[in-house]
Design a protein around this ligand. Structure first.
Ligand code: C2E
Ligand code: MG
Ligand code: MG
Length: 557
C-alpha cells in the first residue's frame, strides 16, 4: 500500500472512533513510519504553558521502533482551550534524509495527526467540564444523564437509588484540616466508586452531599461502608478517621415510571433528610409519607409571611397556679395558628419554622402581642400577672437579641417585671456561652428567665450553676404519677430536682399537672407552683381575662 492509501485508511478508522485511540491504527502508523525511515514519533499535550515548562505532559501517541534517531521535524500548537500540543519526529540515524517532497508529506501527515490529537483533547476537556466538578468528582449532570440513559434502556427498575450526607464533616475538617479533609472525602468517594464500578453511578451533588444509583446486589456493601468507614489520611503513620453518612434509600420498584429525574431525587433526599434529623437511624428507606411531610414543610414555610402579616397567629394563655392557695400567679403565652377555621397546634408548625429563621420573627411577634395585652390590662385596671414567652434557641446567635427584646417591651410601655422569657436547655459550648450572655443581660434589665422543659434535653448541672435563672420549669415527664409513687426513680429525681432548685433560690414550677394526685405529690415535695390541664388548658385571651378577674381556682384539701 502506498502512503495515500495507508493514510486514507488510517483517517477513516480514526473518524469512526468515538474516542480517538491511536493504538487502534498501529499497523498503518508502523507502515508509514517505516516508509519514511522514522524511528520515533512523540506527541505530547500539556494542559497549560506552566505544565509545559515543568515538562508535565500526557503522551497521546508514540511510536518507537527502538532504533537511534535524530529530530527531523517538530511542531507546537496551542489550542483554543490553551492546551499545548507538541510533536517530534525522529529519523533513523544513518538513514537517507527526506527529499523535499517527502519532508512535505511527513509535515502534512504530522499536522493532520496533531489536529486529531487536539480534537481528542477537546472532547476530553468538554467531557471533563460537563461531567466533573472542579474538585474532580463526577457531578450531578453526569448522574442525571446516567439515570436518563438507564431509564431509556429499561435498566432503572429493580435497582437502588441513594442520597447521602456525610455526618459531622465540619468536625472532620476541624480535626485534621481542610486539605486533608478534602483528601478523606475523595478517598471515601473513590472507595464507593470502586465498589459500584460498572454496576451503577455515583456523583457529588455539592458540598458533602452525594447520590448513588446501583444494582441491589451492591447495596449491602455500600450501606455497610456508609454506616462508617475508617479512612486513612496520613499514609506514613497510617492515621485514620471515621467517616459515616446519613443515608436515604429508594428501592426502585419494578412498575416504577420515571417522568422526571426529580421523581427519584425527591424520594432519596426526603429519606436522607429523615435520616439526618432522626439522629439514631443513619439509614432510612423511603416511604410515601415522607413526601407528604416534605410538602407540609414547604407549605408551612411558604404560608408563614402572609400568615404573620394577617395575624393568623394568636396568643393563648395558660395560667400558672399556686397549688396551696389556688391563686393565679402567672401565665405562659403559647402560640396557636388559626388557619381555614381550624386551630393548628404549635408542634405542627414550630419545629418547621425552627428549621429556618422564621421562628425568630414569630417569637418577637408573640412577645409584642403579649406586651400589648399586658399594657391593655394595666390600662383597664385589671389584675395583671407575669407572662412568660417562649424563645427558640435559634435566637442565640443573634447578638442584638437583647436590644430587640427590650425594644419590644419598652415600645409597649410594659414594666419589665411582668415579662418572663422561657429558654430551653442547650447542647453545645458555643450555645452555652450565648445563653449565659442573654440570661445575664435580661437579669440586668429586670426581666425574669426560666429554664423550660428541665430534664428533657441534655441537662447539665453547669447550666444551673453558671446561668442566673429565676425559674426552673420541670418537664411533665418528671412528674410523679401520684403521691404513692414514692421511691420510683421518677419520684426520687423529682424530689431532688425540686430540692436543688429551692436550695439555689430558684422558683420551681411543675408543667403538665393533670390530676389532684399529682398536686398532692407536688405538695409532698414542696413544689408550690403548677401549670397544667387540671387548672386550665391554654386559653384564648378573653377566656383568660375571665380567669384573671376571678383570680383563683378552688383548692382541694
Ligand atoms: P412548652 O413551652 O413546654 O409548653 C408547654 C406545653 O405543654 C404546651 O403545649 C401546653 O399546652 C402543654 N401542656 C400544658 N399543660 C399540660 C398538661 O396538663 N398535659 C399535657 N399533656 N400537656 C400540657 P403546646 O401549646 O402544644 O406547645 C408545645 C410547645 O411548642 C411548647 O412547649 C413550646 O416549646 C412550643 N411553643 C409554643 N408556642 C411557642 C412560641 O410562641 N414560640 C416558641 N419558640 N415555641 C413555642
Ligand atoms: Mg414553655
Ligand atoms: Mg415546657
Amino acid at each position: 500500500m502506498n502512503f495515500h492509501a495507508l493514510f486514507e485508511k488510517m483517517l477513516k478508522e480514526l473518524n469512526s472512533m468515538k474516542k480517538i485511540d491511536f493504538s487502534l491504527v498501529k499497523e498503518e502508523l508502523e507502515s508509514i513510519c517505516d516508509m519514511f525511515r522514522i524511528s520515533k514519533i512523540a506527541t505530547k499535550t500539556y494542559q497549560n504553558a506552566k505544565l509545559e515548562e515543568l515538562g508535565k505532559a500526557d503522551v497521546i501517541i508514540s511510536y518507537d521502533s527502538g532504533e537511534e534517531g535524530t529530530v527531523a521535524l517538530s511542531s507546537r500548537i496551542v489550542t483554543d482551550m490553551l492546551n499545548i500540543i507538541t510533536c517530534e519526529v525522529h529519523i533513523r540515524n544513518g538513514a537517507e534524509p527526506w527529499s523535499s517532497e517527502e519532508a512535505e508529506t511527513v509535515s502534512f501527515f504530522l499536522d493532520t495527526v496533531t489536529v486529531y490529537v487536539s480534537r481528542n483533547r477537546i472532547q476530553e476537556a468538554a467531557k471533563r467540564f460537563a461531567f466533573f466538578d472542579d474538585d474532580g468528582y463526577h457531578n450531578f449532570r453526569y448522574f442525571v444523564r446516567y439515570l436518563q440513559r438507564a431509564d431509556i434502556e429499561g435498566k432503572l427498575t429493580g435497582r437502588a437509588a441513594l442520597h447521602f450526607n456525610l455526618r459531622h464533616f465540619a468536625l472532620v475538617n476541624k480535626q485534621i484540616g481542610r486539605s486533608l479533609g478534602s483528601m478523606v472525602m475523595h478517598s471515601f468517594f473513590s472507595a464507593l466508586e470502586e465498589m459500584i464500578s460498572e454496576k451503577g453511578a455515583i456523583c457529588r451533588i455539592g458540598g458533602d452531599n452525594f447520590a448513588i444509583i446501583c444494582d441491589r446486589e451492591c447495596l449491602n456493601d455500600v450501606l455497610g461502608y456508609l454506616s462508617g468507614a475508617a479512612v486513612v489520611y496520613d499514609v506514613h503513620s497510617g492515621d485514620r478517621i471515621m467517616v459515616s453518612a446519613s443515608v436515604g434509600v429508594f428501592l426502585i420498584p419494578d412498575d416504577f415510571v420515571m417522568e422526571d429525574v426529580g421523581d427519584i431525587l425527591d424520594k432519596i433526599i426526603a429519606a436522607s433528610t429523615a435520616a439526618k434529623v432522626n439522629g439514631k437511624q443513619n439509614i432510612v428507606f423511603f416511604s410515601n409519607e415522607m413526601l407528604a411531610e416534605k410538602d407540609k414543610v414547604m407549605r408551612i414555610q411558604h404560608l408563614f409571611p402572609k400568615a404573620i402579616e394577617k395575624e393568623e397567629y394568636h396568643v393563648f394563655y395558660q395560667p400558672k397556679v399556686n397549688i396551696n392557695t389556688g391563686e393565679i400567679v402567672g401565665a405562659e403565652a403559647l402560640c396557636r395558628w388559626f388557619r381555614d377555621g381550624k386551630i393548628v397546634p404549635p408542634l405542627e408548625f414550630i419545629p418547621i419554622l425552627e428549621q429556618g429563621l422564621e421562628i425568630c420573627k414569630l417569637d418577637f411577634y408573640m412577645l409584642d402581642h403579649v406586651c400589648r395585652d399586658i399594657r391593655r390590662w394595666l390600662d383597664e385596671g385589671r389584675k395583671v400577672v407575669r407572662v412568660s414567652v417562649n424563645l427558640s434557641r435559634k435566637h442565640m446567635v443573634d447578638i442584638d437579641l437583647l436590644e430587640h427584646l427590650l425594644e419590644i417591651v419598652d415600645r409597649n410601655n410594659v414594666p419589665h417585671e411582668y415579662v418572663e422569657i422561657e429558654l430551653t436547655e442547650t447542647t453545645t459550648d458555643v450555645e452555652f456561652r450565648d445563653l449565659k450572655r442573654v440570661v445575664n443581660g435580661l437579669r440586668q434589665a429586670g426581666i425574669c428567665t426560666s429554664v423550660d422543659d428541665f430534664g428533657m434535653g441534655y441537662s447539665s448541672l453547669n447550666l444551673i450553676k453558671e446561668i442566673p435563672w429565676d425559674v426552673m420549669k420541670v418537664d411533665k415527664n418528671f412528674l410523679p404519677e401520684d403521691e404513692n409513687s414514692e421511691g420510683s426513680i421518677k419520684d426520687v429525681m423529682f424530689h431532688y430536682v425540686v430540692g436543688m432548685a429551692r436550695a439555689m433560690g430558684l422558683e420551681c414550677i411543675a408543667e403538665g399537672v393533670e390530676t389532684q394526685a399529682q398536686v398532692r405529690a407536688l405538695r409532698n415535695n414542696k413544689c408550690d407552683l403548677a401549670q397544667g390541664f387540671l387548672y386550665d388548658k391554654p386559653l384564648p385571651v378573653d377566656e383568660f381575662e375571665k380567669r384573671l378577674d376571678i383570680g383563683r381556682y378552688e383548692v382541694e384539701d
